[in-house]
Ligand binder design. Structure first.
Ligand SMILES: [Zn+2]
Length: 196
């Protein structure tokens, strides 16, 4: 359990990890804090966007969609491996999920199946949306996968968390399938190696 780091620290730790970062609009103050709490934070959540094209993807994640106001995450990882910061604070990315999963993340234990949506995830997770159609065919370029590994490791390093604090949306909320195209076990292994 930890209070969220400041926006400035968030930017610093991403850059220190070697990530190429672009600051979008008023990202430091762009959030949903007026709708609910932000923190304590317990982990990092990875998503795919079901979009194509960096510019459009970043815009949607900043502004939101007709049914879901932005920001839709904190950072958008586009195909070229650039990380676009679109919000900081509470963001509409995790939605309700499983309290048993949250307990496992806090304890950094193996995750149980997510079969309940009884807990506010937007409060407790940093969120990264990754540009991909999520159809199982759209490729994940190595530059993008490396950036995903780096952002997850950077946040874990700052909070003193292990790779077990990195989860996929599909491990949090029943019915979600993202990210699709690599496994979270595989990503966690990469994050673990980077944290050594
Ligand atoms: Zn998602």
């Amino acid at each position: 359990m930890a209070p969220p780091m400041s926006a400035g620290t968030f930017l610093d730790v991403l850059r220190d990890e070697g990530v190429t970062v672009v600051e979008v609009g008023d990202w430091r103050e762009h959030n949903r804090n007026h709708k609910g709490p932000w923190g304590p934070v317990h982990g990092v959540m990875i998503h795919h966007t079901v979009t194509h094209g960096a510019e459009r993807t970043v815009r949607i994640c900043y502004d939101g969609r007709p049914d879901l106001p932005g920001p839709l995450c904190h950072g958008v990882v586009t195909k070229d491996g650039t990380v676009h910061l679109v919000g900081y604070g509470r963001a509409n990315h995790a939605g309700p999920g499983d309290d048993d999963v949250l307990r496992a993340v806090i304890a950094e234990k193996a995750l149980p199946p997510d079969n309940e949506a009884n807990t506010d995830g937007n409060r407790h997770f940093y969120g990264f949306e990754c540009e991909n159609l999520g159809d199982g065919e759209d490729p994940w370029p190595e530059a993008q996968l490396e950036a995903i590994e780096k952002v997850a490791a950077a946040v874990c390093r700052q909070h003193g968390w292990s790779e077990r604090s990195v989860i996929g949306h599909l491990e949090w909320q029943p019915g979600k399938v993202d990210p699709r195209g690599f496994s979270m076990a595989w990503l966690r292994e990469r994050v673990r190696d980077r944290l050594k």
